[in-house]
Design a protein around this ligand. Structure first.
Ligand code: ZN
Ligand code: ZN
Ligand code: FE
Length: 759
């Protein structure tokens, strides 16, 4: 008795060898019928005896090909057909479509074995890939995802590659970037003026140059890296100098997991991340005796490691035989270079040599960055390997939404039907080059999704470039979303929470509904609206954003405030190094509120107290002192400082008592690690009190923790530890807690507001 079933599978199932896998299962189970890609995934019409169909379904629900992931599998009975075999039919591209382009995938074990097998035709071939691995998103130029719509279109497959591509049972069946040395892209090593350097093997020559301490710009998957010998203090210092990058840590690529273990402590989840197809940079605890130049991450116990994710990287690392600094190939705050000419033009003062190739990068994608925080994987920068994977949302978007994001570490989000698509990391939207890159990325994503947004969401800040972009869009419906509300909504989206929730949103700064800078906020939020129930008492910051680098100004504002204008500045070592006239000027600015906007970011407290206790007057990048202050903490410290809480109306946390107590501890010669531990404990205790106040008004709702401060592992752990006995607590996972995740929240808020759900 032959029966029929139509099986629909959604998830990452296109361009990852899913249909050939289905074909093999069907053949093995004696199932006839067909499989095809459709607009939202894969549809299978299966015909066979009932037990065979059951077995087939069970296997479809089991382990899938390495790069695939199934979000949803449904089936229904259909009339039996008289089919005698199983086949793969061409894509059905009619109708609206979900994105069919998968993220880029790290080299699979089979391809790797071929690249290192002298007998294989792809021996040492840097562009080897198959259905399970290789470039995807970064080479796509259109949809449907097919060779002519990629930058591989200029290479025509040789007979042997074509046979692999067309054979259902081959690992390279429909692998769009399939190539071999005879027909595919090739490498060249050049000088900074573009002349070919050395003769013979470019990878071997590049490895030798790196050994000699030179800096090599390397064209990778989503853009250029700048590489140098990670074991050489001279080389690393030279790269820092040429890149004008004072202390921001460099990421390090290591040849293998074993090599990574010589540098950092790696637990099970961290190992899984390092070896995953996404191959992100994983922030790890560095070992004391790690064979790395200290200049890689000065005064920082963490190190960002990643494994090679293309054959080019594998070959280079194997030749070089040690860890390499691999940092974004960009100048100052511009986007990473991704074209050969662009790299030669922009990086010629930094790199000595250029390892180039002729497979174009269509869309830029920086390396993603992840960290395991309190046992939970948290994506801090979601880019290569993750983009453009759909984020499922609990309630389908009413109309397509484009959310423009914020300013720093920005990206955008397009919401359509039941999915949200975050773009690749753009960086800080503060210069023309970033802005152009942002516009292009939005255009391309709209094209990939064949979507015309009808609702435009943007940050409430009137001066952000993303807001100006939103203003210039032709669509009529625009929704301004408060920054911290968007953070909270992004955490809600990640966990499918409809609200209301109690949202704890801690970050550096975000524009408030009252026009002041918010940054330590406890909200009761639904998607459409929110009520602000708790905050930090604001402090006037002389010079505004200038204080983000000159953190001594924040420290000064805190002590001035804590001692009502007569602080014991002479007793504080930090201020001894700063000219008296400058201190007085800044105090006058703050007192007179001259160019001294009010700020209340929790991140600013980390900056200010960190500056005070660590004696650091300046940060070379935003958040540097805050991070140092976080990492200084003794995690076993149990003490805490006093604080005050004003409970009338908006609950307002006053940390002046903490500032005074910190100064007493400092004067008593207490260790920075103890003071930092107590500081963290205090913020956590105060947070619990703010959350309890919100719960007393709004009920014991689920709590979401969001905002850049939750990249701080200790703070997150402390707050979760205190809240969990009383509340259901949610943290970020695949969506960054910082501003890189904010566009997702904006999209959901705008959808709810556009439906008229707001108060
Ligand atoms: Zn492969
Ligand atoms: Zn070929
Ligand atoms: Fe923020």
């Amino acid at each position: 008795m032959i029966e029929g079933r139509r099986i629909q599978i959604r998830g990452t199932v296109q361009g990852v060898g899913f249909r050939p896998w289905v074909f093999r299962l069907a053949t093995e189970e004696g199932i006839a019928g067909r499989v095809r890609n459709d607009t939202s995934g894969v549809t299978i019409d299966a015909f066979g005896a009932s037990p065979a169909l059951d077995a087939f379904l069970a296997r479809l629900g089991g382990p899938v090909p390495p790069a695939a992931s199934v979000r949803d599998l449904t089936f229904e009975e259909i009339p039996a057909e008289d089919a005698d075999r199983f086949s793969i039919v061409e894509s059905d591209s009619a109708g609206e479509r979900a994105i069919s382009i998968p993220p880029d995938l790290a080299t699979c074990p089979e391809c790797l074995a071929e690249v290192f097998d002298p007998a294989n035709p792809r021996f040492q071939y840097a562009f080897t890939n198959c259905t399970h691995c290789g470039p995807r998103f970064t080479i796509a130029t259109g949809v449907p995802y097919d060779r002519p719509a990629t930058t591989m279109t200029r290479f025509s497959m040789c007979g042997s590659c074509r046979r692999e591509y067309e054979s259902v049972l081959d690992r390279r069946f429909h692998a769009q970037p399939n190539a071999c040395p005879a027909c595919g892209p090739s490498l060249v090593l050049t000088t900074s003026s573009g002349e070919t350097f050395g003769n013979g093997n470019p990878i071997a020559a590049a490895a030798r140059a790196l050994k000699d301490g030179l800096i090599v710009a390397i064209k990778g998957l989503g853009g250029f890296h700048l590489a140098c010998d990670a074991g050489s203090p001279v080389a690393v210092a030279r790269l820092r100098r040429r890149k004008h990058r004072d202390e921001k840590p460099f990421a390090v690529m290591v040849e293998s997991l074993q090599a990574a273990r010589r540098i950092a402590r790696i637990d099970g989840e961290e190992e899984r991340l390092l070896t995953s197809v996404e191959a992100p940079i994983v922030l790890l605890q560095r070992l004391e005796d790690a064979p790395l130049a200290p200049e890689i991450a000065p005064a920082n116990p963490l190190v960002g490691l990643f494994l090679p994710y293309t054959p080019l990287h594998h070959l280079l690392l194997a030749r070089f035989g040690g860890p390499l600094v691999m940092t974004s190939g960009n100048v100052s705050d511009e986007p990473m270079a991704c074209g050969n000419d662009e790299a030669l033009e922009k990086l010629h003062d930094i790199a000595d040599l250029f390892l180039l190739h002729d497979r174009e990068i269509a869309t830029r994608a920086d390396d993603s960055v992840v960290r395991v925080i309190g046992g939970r994987t948290t994506v801090l920068r979601r880019s290569r390997g993750y983009v453009p994977r759909a984020v499922p949302v609990a309630r389908a978007f009413d109309r397509p939404v484009l959310a423009c994001g914020a300013q720093l570490k920005n990206t955008f989000c397009i919401g359509v039907r039941d999915s949200a698509y975050l773009g690749a990391h753009i960086g800080d939207l503060e210069n023309l080059a970033s802005y152009r890159s942002y516009e292009e990325a939005i255009d391309r994503m709209e094209k990939f999704l064949s979507v015309h947004p009808e609702v435009i969401a943007h940050d409430l800040h009137p001066d952000y470039l993303s807001t100006l972009y939103a203003d210039a869009r032709p669509e009529e419906t625009k929704v301004a979303v408060q920054h911290h509300h968007a953070h909270v909504a992004s955490a809600m989206a990640e966990h499918g929470l409809e609200g209301p929730v109690i949202g704890v949103a801690y970050d550096g700064t975000g524009y408030g509904t009252d026009g002041t800078a918010w940054g330590g906020e406890v909200l009761v939020a639904r998607l459409a609206d929110f009520q602000r129930l708790g905050t930090f008492r604001p402090i006037p910051l002389a010079g505004g954003d200038v204080a983000i680098r000159q953190v001594w100004r924040i420290a000064l504002a805190l002590v001035d405030d804590a001692f009502s204008g007569s602080p014991p500045l002479d007793e504080i070592p930090l201020f001894r190094g700063i000219p008296k006239t400058e201190v007085e000027l800044v105090r006058r600015m703050a007192a007179g509120r001259i160019a001294a906007p009010l700020a209340r970011g929790v991140g600013r407290y980390f900056d200010g107290i960190g500056a005070l206790v660590l004696g650091r007057d300046a940060a070379t990048y935003e958040g540097q002192v805050a991070l140092a202050w976080n990492l200084a903490a003794d995690p076993d410290e149990g003490g805490a400082y006093p604080y005050e809480l004003e409970r009338n109306g908006l609950a307002t946390l006053d940390l002046a008592p903490l500032v005074r107590a910190v100064l007493t501890d400092l004067a008593d010669g207490r260790a920075a690690s103890t003071i930092s531990g107590r500081f963290h404990n205090t913020i956590a205790l105060a947070t619990r009190e703010l959350v309890r106040i919100a719960a007393a008004k709004a009920g014991r709702l689920p709590v979401v923790l969001t905002g850049g401060c939750f990249q701080n592992a200790l703070l997150a752990k402390r707050i979760v530890g205190l809240l969990e006995p009383e509340f259901r607590v949610y943290r970020h996972g695949e969506i960054p807690p910082g501003d890189g995740g904010i566009a997702l929240g904006q999209a959901l808020v705008a959808d709810a507001v556009a439906r008229g759900e707001g108060r």
